[in-house]
Design a protein around this ligand. Structure first.
Ligand code: BTN
Length: 248
């Protein structure tokens, strides 16, 4: 595994993508202390000040295009395990790509795939942002749901703790990735689901529906019950009733 470290990048996903397009081998990891244009899902920005861990992994898995989502699922399980090992705090997964501690989002994952003309996955960039420490001055007021793993500033230990989180993540992720096709990690993902039994609002084809989350199935779909009917959501936007859905 090759790890390339930078003080500042626009986005580690952008950098990793450029390398991958130039033929960079799989398993190269790009890490940055800060990002000036960190990206989240659905075109959102991801606040990437000092104190966090921002990295992307170039992957070239031999998987079906529709299985790309399971890379995010695997990464969510690896991030939850890694953060728990370093901080001894319980991590929950919010479908699809967020990790929460005590109702605060501490980690987001953005997986981007590049497909060839035959619609086969050429490479995937797995981007992970972890709020290890809070940014100087705290999180901006509009990011009500943002949290960090450690609330105390630990100036002398910050670097080594952040590296430990990265190393644990990589070791947990590759443990899962080595047996990716057996999809056994989905069970753990489901058991960590923060949404199970919660009332949510989901949006489908431009319409919003109220529903209750039953759980997550073996394909990592969110299973919900709405007006007596069971629905399986494979992607999309959900809002937890009574809790603001905010970009972080
Ligand atoms: C989300 O919360 O919607 C996903 C956030 C993903 C952020 C990470 S930080 C490292 C990598 N580079 C980016 O620009 N984004 C991802």
């Amino acid at each position: 595994m090759k790890i390339l470290r930078f003080k500042k990048l626009d986005s580690t996903n952008n950098y990793a993508k450029k390398l991958a397009l130039n033929g960079e081998k799989e398993n190269t990891v790009i890490v940055a202390d800060t990002q000036t244009a960190g990206r989240g899902r659905l075109g959102r920005t991801f606040l990437s000040k000092r104190g966090g861990l921002y990295f992307s992994v170039i992957l070239r898995p031999d998987i079906k295009p529709e299985d790309t989502v399971f890379l995010t699922v695997a990464a969510a399980v690896a991030a939850a395990r890694a953060i728990e090992q370093v901080s001894a705090q319980k991590c929950d997964v919010k479908w699809v790509n967020d990790i929460y501690i005590n109702n605060k989002k501490v980690c987001g994952i953005l997986t981007e795939g590049s497909f060839n003309a035959q619609n086969q996955l050429d490479f995937a960039i797995l981007g992970v942002g972890i709020n290890v420490f809070a940014p100087k001055g705290g999180f901006p007021a509009d990011l009500h749901l943002a949290g960090c793993i450690f609330n105390k500033k630990l100036p002398f230990l910050a670097k080594s703790i952040t590296r430990k989180v990265l190393n644990k993540f990589l070791s947990e992720f590759y443990d899962i990735y080595d047996n990716f096709n057996d999809k056994s990690f989905i069970k753990e993902y489901a058991s960590r689901s923060f949404l199970t039994d919660k009332e949510i609002i989901y949006t489908k084809d431009g319409l919003s529906y109220r529903a209750r989350v039953i759980g997550i199935d073996d394909n990592a779909n969110l299973v919900v019950e709405s007006n007596g009917k069971t629905e399986r959501l494979s992607h999309g936007e959900i809002q937890i009733t009574g809790m603001e859905q905010l970009p972080i």
